[in-house]
Write a protein that binds this ligand. Structure first.
Ligand code: SER
Length: 560
């Protein structure tokens, strides 16, 4: 069978992670293999993608994208044949020596006995072979997604690595793998009407042992790319660059485009990691030349995947690089200024500058010591929900809407507009007092007060608050003009305008400035509206400073 797409039809999984995924319905009896492809048995080379290992990439054996070789049976052959095929292929076809094999030790609580049958079959084939028993964690496959076929496995090890996984799909579990392994689920393993065989062997690992290499990156699937990369690039970075570029090529090929959601989010993460490495090495005058690596991979893979279109991959790569590059430099600078990185501040760097988690973690060094991927993802999901709810409110609500503000009536809009400009003034004043640009985390204005959050690791003292308030009121007293210009987003950042995190900027933005050209007091990317002169604001009073979640500070102020 030809490989199916990396984008699975099963909506409960993000990517195709194994060869068996496209055959789920044949195991459960929902689909009829004989009717569909004239046999109960088949083989495939399936493009697969596993994001669970993304943080491990860089070591000797982990990859995100890989090709999985497998043979499958849906009621055709069973254990004896499947094990014999595995043995023959590894020892005779490939000429390799098996270190040992493993079989399932059984799990009494799930009513599954030890796999003595497989043990006997292995011994009958080769009485000298070491057969080890292993637990449900290692020797039980599936289900993938929310439910599906699953069963005990037997695994073949060569040169210390697992080469081949032979799965005996005897069961159906009506829940996820995590649920099954937790041991607390009330759901039971159901016996499948027809038992099936599912085997999986990573092409890259097989190539490694066949080509007698120490790691997968030395095989001919990677060596041209790895060898081309500059000798001063660390081994780990070379592997990350190679893995991520290769995975990106295949994701793009299957129609995925970088975005902030689901598969697109993963693609963006992979691409941006490489683009960031390009920038960091560039600063040391070392050229990564991602496009050459893309070409190397295309010349390896286009013989097999002849429909990969080089131009589509290249265009997508260039577009993402251009888009990201604009904010990357500013983001890296912001990152260097933040004194402590936790999930919330890391998320802000991701959201406003697109810095990938891996970059934040790595570049943050000891500042990011306690930062975990799990917490970051929780934060990301939370924000996705907030913005979804916000969008619903916006479309469901009534009243006036002008730029970034909504109001019930003209009176309220006027008051909120004054508070809006006051927000810019207080932010800029605080920046002066604290001696650094503030990384804003959002703002909220109601008829009573303004409120905004920003990343800062300690309490702002009452003296600092007072100083900031004084500076803001001096600017009010000067009655400085407030103006805006529209410009390209990258130009806006270049002229030093501050951005607010919750905004998604288009290619052109408005930049609001307070003061006179050449001596601006504040410049911010903002949708407006604002007063025309600071004098319209009235006296500003900061009424509260407090800490909010994730190392942020929150300021509330009123106008009198
Ligand atoms: N589904 C099993 C695996 O992915 C065997 O193909 O390892």
């Amino acid at each position: 069978m030809t490989s199916s797409s990396l984008l699975p039809t099963d909506p409960s999984v993000l990517f195709t992670t194994a060869g068996m995924q496209q055959f789920k319905d044949y195991y459960t009896g929902k689909a009829d293999a004989f009717k569909d492809f004239g046999s109960l048995n088949t083989v495939s080379i399936q493009k697969s993608m596993r994001t669970s290992d993304i943080d491990e990439v860089g070591d000797e054996s982990h990859l995100t994208f890989f090709e999985m070789l497998g043979n499958f049976s849906f009621g055709g052959y069973w254990k004896k044949e499947a094990i014999q095929y595995g043995y023959d292929f590894i020892t005779k076809e490939m000429g390799l020596k098996i270190d040992y094999v493993t079989v399932f030790e059984g799990l009494a609580s799930a009513g599954v006995p030890a796999d003595e049958e497989s043990e006997r079959i292995w011994k009958a084939i080769d009485s000298d072979l070491e057969v080890r028993r292993a637990s449900i964690q290692d020797n039980f496959w599936g289900p993938t997604g929310n439910e599906g076929p699953c069963g005990p496995t037997t695994e073949i090890y060569v040169n210390g690595v697992e080469i081949w996984n032979i799965v005996f799909n005897e069961f159906f579990y009506p829940g996820s793998r995590d649920e099954l392994l937790s041991g607390t689920s009330l759901k039971k393993l159901e016996k499948l009407k027809t038992s099936g065989i599912d085997t999986g062997m990573g092409l890259e690992r097989l190539a490694m042992v066949v080509q007698k290499k120490n790691n997968i990156f030395e095989t001919d699937l990677f060596s041209s790319v790895i060898n081309r990369l500059h000798s001063e690039i660390s081994e780990r970075d070379k592997r990350i660059i190679a893995d991520h570029i290769r995975a990106s090529i295949f994701l793009i090929h299957d129609g995925i485009r970088p975005s902030n959601k689901e598969q697109g989010y993963i693609l963006r993460r992979l691409m941006r990691r490489v683009i960031t490495l390009e920038e960091l090495y560039n600063q040391k005058q070392i050229d990564i030349s991602a496009y050459l690596a893309i070409n190397d991979f295309l010349s390896i893979y286009s013989t097999v995947y002849s429909d990969i279109v080089e131009k589509i991959v290249a265009d997508c790569w260039v577009a993402e690089s251009n888009k990201f590059y604009k904010t990357l430099k500013i983001g890296l600078k912001e990152l260097s200024k933040i004194s402590h990185l936790d999930a919330a501040s890391a998320f802000k760097l991701y959201e406003s500058f697109g810095l990938p988690f891996e970059v934040i973690k790595e570049m943050g060094k000891e500042k990011a010591f306690g930062l975990s991927r799990e917490e970051f993802e929780v934060e990301r999901k939370r924000h996705q929900e907030i913005s979804r709810a916000g969008a619903e409110r916006k479309f469901g609500g009534h009243g006036m809407k002008e730029g970034d503000l909504t109001a019930e009536n003209a009176e309220e809009m006027k008051k909120k507009t004054r508070l809006h400009t006051a927000t810019h003034l207080v932010v800029a004043s605080l920046e002066k007092v604290l001696g650094q640009k503030l990384v804003q985390a959002g703002s909220d204005i109601n008829i009573e007060r303004l409120r905004f959050d920003f990343a800062f690791s300690r309490k702002i003292t009452p003296e600092e608050i007072k100083q900031a308030e004084n500076i803001a009121n001096e600017i009010v007293a000067k009655d400085l003009p407030v103006s805006f210009v529209e410009m390209d987003t990258d130009e806006a950042f270049r002229v030093g305008a501050s951005g607010v995190f919750k905004h998604k900027y288009g290619s052109r933005v408005k930049v609001y400035s307070i003061g006179i050209e050449g001596d601006y007091f504040s410049r911010e990317l903002c949708g407006g509206p604002h007063v025309t002169h600071t004098g319209e604001i009235g006296r500003i009073k900061i009424i509260k400073e407090e800490s909010v979640s994730g190392g942020n500070r929150r300021i509330r102020a009123i106008i009198e």
